[in-house]
Design a binder for this molecule. Structure first.
Ligand SMILES: [Fe+2]
Length: 295
């Protein structure tokens, strides 16, 4: 799997103002010139976007809308079994379209009246501090492209299915949205690179890959699990550990594989107390102490 700010295909701006997305040779769309051209055009939309102006309209093909419809339907069935009640309530509240890819502007229009969050288009990699920092202002950076049609249930990078189905449904919950804002405030507050990475790792193991007990059942609330057709069936069999800030902030993860170490909150209140409490108060000194214990 991937991390928002690390696992993007590099983007190169050309002298003529056009944009080229440098897909790896292992990418499912690498040898498809039509897909490559669409990726370049969609990246160009974000490159030229200025915050505060409407998000440019991305033209999608019928085939791309069909991928959304297929994956959206399959994920919804899995969410009914595996997602937390709070995430499902967010999904019901947001009411994303099921048959076509929503424009990011449309996602913002649905989300803003609920929790104040708005989407920002991202061409590719967004520097960690900006990606996390703007969460404090209620902005969420999101890619606009969709995965290659040859493998509808797989993507090597975060696409619009991950960003919108995974994250927007969570951002439609007041309680999850508050946690995203706290993560953003923490990213703004810390100064050292080490502390920022620590904050981002806690985000990774919670809002991307977090799981939670509901009664006796383990459910998922992390966007990375809930947008992954394969991982959502596997997470209960992973190495599930108790929620621990120091361990989350220092555990190494491999973005190219299923996450095999996951951290379990005992309840949403527990997550808010431990992780919200950490993000709400952490600073360079407190994180340096957590890192020193580990070393
Ligand atoms: Fe994500």
């Amino acid at each position: 799997m991937f991390e928002e700010a690390q696992y993007f295909a590099p983007i190169a701006a050309q002298d003529d103002g056009s944009v080229v997305v440098e897909l790896a040779s292992s990418h499912p769309g690498f040898a498809d010139p039509v897909y490559r051209a669409r990726r370049n055009a969609i990246a160009g939309l974000a490159m030229h976007h200025r915050r505060g102006t409407p998000i440019p309209f991305a033209e999608y093909t019928e085939q791309e809308h069909e991928i959304w419809a297929l994956v959206s339907k399959e994920l919804a069935a899995k969410h009914a079994r595996y997602a937390t009640a709070e995430y499902l309530a967010g999904t019901a509240r947001l009411g994303l379209p099921e048959a076509r890819i929503p424009q990011l502007e449309e996602v913002s229009r649905l989300l803003e009246p609920l929790t104040g969050f708005r989407y920002l288009p991202a061409a590719g990699l967004v520097p960690l501090r900006d990606f996390y920092g703007v969460l404090a202002d209620g902005y969420f950076h999101s890619t606009q492209y969709i995965r290659h049609h040859s493998v509808p249930f797989y993507t090597p990078e975060p696409d619009v299915i991950h960003e919108v189905i995974g994250h927007a449904n969570a951002l439609a919950s007041d309680r999850y949205a508050a946690l995203y804002r706290l993560a953003g405030a923490a990213a703004r507050r810390v100064e050292s690179v080490e502390a920022l990475e620590f904050v981002s790792k806690v985000f990774w193991f919670t809002l991307e890959f977090g799981v939670m007990l509901e009664g006796a059942e383990l459910k998922a609330y992390g966007a990375g699990i809930l947008s992954s057709y394969g991982e959502i069936e596997e997470f209960r069999g992973m190495d599930i550990r108790p929620l621990d800030i120091q361990e989350m902030g220092t555990t190494h993860y491999d973005i190219t594989k299923y996450q095999d170490v996951l951290f379990r909150a005992d309840s949403l209140q527990h997550l808010e107390d431990v992780v919200g409490g950490f993000w709400g108060t952490c600073d360079d000194d407190s994180i340096a102490r957590l890192l020193a214990v580990r070393a």
